[in-house]
Write a protein that binds this ligand. Structure first.
Ligand code: 13P
Ligand code: ZN
Length: 240
């Protein structure tokens, strides 16, 4: 089977397109990563190219040593992922120290992983441990109502959780632990990754004030559904 037709690649690209359709991804906004199963790796291995160099991740993720992730590329537009999956996305392998990665598939026109790779991988490490390996998807998007809410509400986990839970009946069921909120921070580096992954120990959703959200889940549907639910609940808010 061509890797492009593998179910995990198809589901990955579909999530990107769903996010684009819902206007969560202006320009290159947002990024997605998926930790491959052993079966995914065996299915894809025949197209892996291990000639490309190892690159520093910019943080340490020792528990992810030897694992593989499909990731969106930095500067790539979610609008293009479905039609140009191999150009806009790739599969990376983490080395045996958990400090470096190399591209083994995709990024055919010279791209490289998202600038938020440190945050994605630190979140994966936390959620893999917290869920006994169940969580495999980390999704970052820029939904307008969640961003707007972060200009109105105090930056507090408890206040955001209460407001989002009260806005839509299903919310306490969909995110029973609530949501974490971080104040504005410089994105694309280790510090915001450390802060986000600290919150991910408790929550499956972390809001970056004035920027967007990070969600974690077991499947593409569950993770996208979580982001969609939080955004829809934020839309129901007013400022009284
Ligand atoms: P990338 O294009 O590097 O994925 O960055 C987009 C983004 O949303 C940064 O937070
Ligand atoms: Zn972003």
């Amino acid at each position: 089977m061509k890797v492009l037709n593998a179910p995990f690649v198809q589901s990955f690209a579909k999530l990107c397109d769903d996010g684009w359709q819902l206007r969560f991804h202006e320009r290159n906004g947002g990024n997605l990563s998926y930790r491959l199963t052993d079966a995914d790796v065996e299915l894809a291995r025949h197209e892996f190219n291990t000639d490309r160099p190892w690159t520093e991740i910019g943080t340490d993720v020792p528990t992810l040593a030897g694992t593989y992730f499909m990731v969106t590329g930095t500067g790539q537009y979610f609008a293009n992922v479905l039609a140009k999956t191999m150009e806009t996305c790739g599969i990376i392998e983490i080395d045996e120290t958990g400090k470096r990665y190399r591209i083994v598939w995709g990024f055919t026109t010279g791209g490289r992983p998202t600038s938020e790779l440190p945050t994605h991988l630190m979140n994966h490490a936390v959620k893999m441990a917290a869920t006994n390996g169940a969580h495999r998807v980390i999704y970052h998007c820029h939904p307008v109502n969640v961003i707007a809410l972060s200009f109105i509400l105090p930056i507090s986990d408890a206040i955001f959780t209460k407001e989002l839970w009260e806005s839509m009946t299903e919310c306490p069921v969909v995110f029973p632990a609530g949501v974490g909120v971080l104040p504005w921070m410089v994105c694309g580096g280790r510090d915001i990754g450390v802060a986000t992954s600290e919150k991910m120990k408790k929550y499956d959703v972390v809001i970056w004030a004035h920027h967007g959200i990070f969600c974690s889940g077991s499947t593409f549907d569950e993770t996208f559904g979580l982001a969609h639910t939080v955004e829809k609940s934020a839309m129901g808010q007013d400022d009284d």
